[in-house]
Design a protein around this ligand. Structure first.
Ligand SMILES: [Fe+2]
Length: 420
């Protein structure tokens, strides 16, 4: 078995630890930093303790708070201008995945020429970005421990990925106190995003024993803590465990990539601006159903990790229990059991299929996936049909042939896959 494991990010975790941000940044030799965040984080006063610690450590800072959900290439370029104007020598992301991904884009564009679109794909960054420090305020994205950033090209409504070992943050600071105020809807969506990362990573064709160890631990921790964090938002213990689990899932998928859920959900973000986590949560059972014949043994293990009793069941019956567990979590947290209710429209089906197939995540999905499979998965998810009552697309689009994935090692080599 040939694999690489790389995770160079230093992690500091603990309740209240964000109050030591200034000290830690000072130790890194950084004297001027750009905080990248959104207006919601500022309104919720989540920057207060961090700013205090920066002032105490004599670290100068400026704030760029224009990050939006599904951040655009323009937001990154504007932030880069801010950074250059203030001559900051590092970026400090405080927020959800959008803020961390924007900060990564800014750090990259501060030291590399051209446009962010020039770096789409794997391993295209030429020069090391500025140091990236990430303080997540949601427990989901895992971006504080990953080698990628996802950006929306508004002109094409396409979410593209930039992957490079350079994009691992230098330092990730996990402070559960910053997640206590998260509303239920965001807790649910981001937590299910983390679960999707862990499940897709565990079953990815590019998984290795190290990434699978991380992924399984994340699945267990999310199963045990997500609904508790949702129903008792002030419970510091479950908030802390979710934050750690989300990071662990990030470590896992930065080694293995993801699968069809992310391939499809990124198109929902790009075309309909649907929040990433909720799109994943609603799609996950349908993609799992499709994948089940290819990874029943692994789904059985996931079912057990999610607390299901599989005694006396066949492997495929036990695997179904993993899907059942995911649906129960969605139901408990008021997540729709179809994607129609999220605002997905089948009018854009050809683009959704085409853009999904561009994703490198399709290549590592456990089951061979063709355009017609993506079409049927989207349609079944749209109508909320999980069983086998439909085996052929009701729309049957006349799709242009798009090359399907295959199991050859060729497609798994870094640099071959073009987008996230
Ligand atoms: Fe995700």
């Amino acid at each position: 078995m040939r694999f690489t494991y790389l995770m160079p990010t230093r992690v500091e975790s603990g309740n209240g630890i964000s109050e030591k941000t200034g000290e830690m940044i000072k130790e890194l030799g950084i004297t001027r930093i750009l905080i990248v965040t959104d207006k919601g984080v500022r309104t919720a006063n989540l920057l207060e303790g961090i700013e205090r610690s920066l002032l105490a450590a004599n670290v100068n800072y400026d704030i760029y708070d224009e990050v939006e959900p599904n951040p655009s290439t323009e937001t990154i370029h504007k932030g880069t201008e801010y950074l250059k104007h203030y001559k900051s020598d590092a970026v400090l992301a405080v927020g959800g995945g959008s803020s961390i991904d924007t900060a990564k884009g800014i750090a990259l564009m501060a030291t590399n020429p051209g446009h962010i679109l020039d770096y789409e794909g794997v391993g295209k960054i030429k020069f090391p970005p500025l140091p990236i420090i990430a303080i997540p305020t949601t427990a989901g994205t895992g971006s504080e421990a990953t080698n990628s950033t996802v950006v929306t090209n508004k002109e094409t409504s396409f979410k593209l990925g930039v992957l490079s070992p350079y994009l691992f943050p230098t330092l990730a600071i996990l402070d559960p106190a910053l997640t206590l105020q998260l509303p239920q809807g965001i807790t649910a969506a981001t937590g299910m995003d983390a679960l999707t990362h862990a499940i897709e990573s565990y079953t990815s064709k590019a998984a290795n024993p190290v990434s699978q160890g991380f992924a399984m631990q994340a699945i267990k921790m999310i199963g045990e803590n997500l609904t508790k964090a949702y129903f008792v938002g002030t419970d510091i213990e479950s908030r802390e465990k979710m934050l750690v689990a989300s990071l662990i899932a990030g470590v896992a998928f930065s080694q293995s990539r993801l699968g069809n859920v992310h391939a499809i959900s990124h198109t929902f973000g790009g075309v309909f601006n649907i929040p990433h986590g909720i799109a994943n949560a609603a799609l996950l059972p349908f993609v799992m159903k499709f994948n089940l014949p290819a990874c029943a043994e692994q789904y059985k293990e996931i079912a057990i990790a999610l607390g299901k009793d599989v005694a006396g069941l066949s492997t495929s019956q036990a695997a179904e229990k993993a899907i059942e567990a995911v649906i129960e979590m969605n139901q408990a947290m008021n997540i729709p059991l179809n994607i129609k209710d999220l605002g997905v429209s089948l009018e854009f089906l050809p683009k959704l299929i085409e853009d999904s197939m561009k994703s490198g995540n399709v290549f590592v999905n456990p089951r061979l996936t063709k355009p017609a499979d993506i079409e049927l998965m989207i349609e079944k998810a749209y109508y909320g049909i999980l069983d086998d009552s439909i085996t052929e697309s009701p729309n049957k689009l006349a799709l242009a042939p798009i090359e399907a994935n295959n199991r050859s090692e060729e497609v798994l080599r870094p640099g071959v896959i073009s987008t996230i």
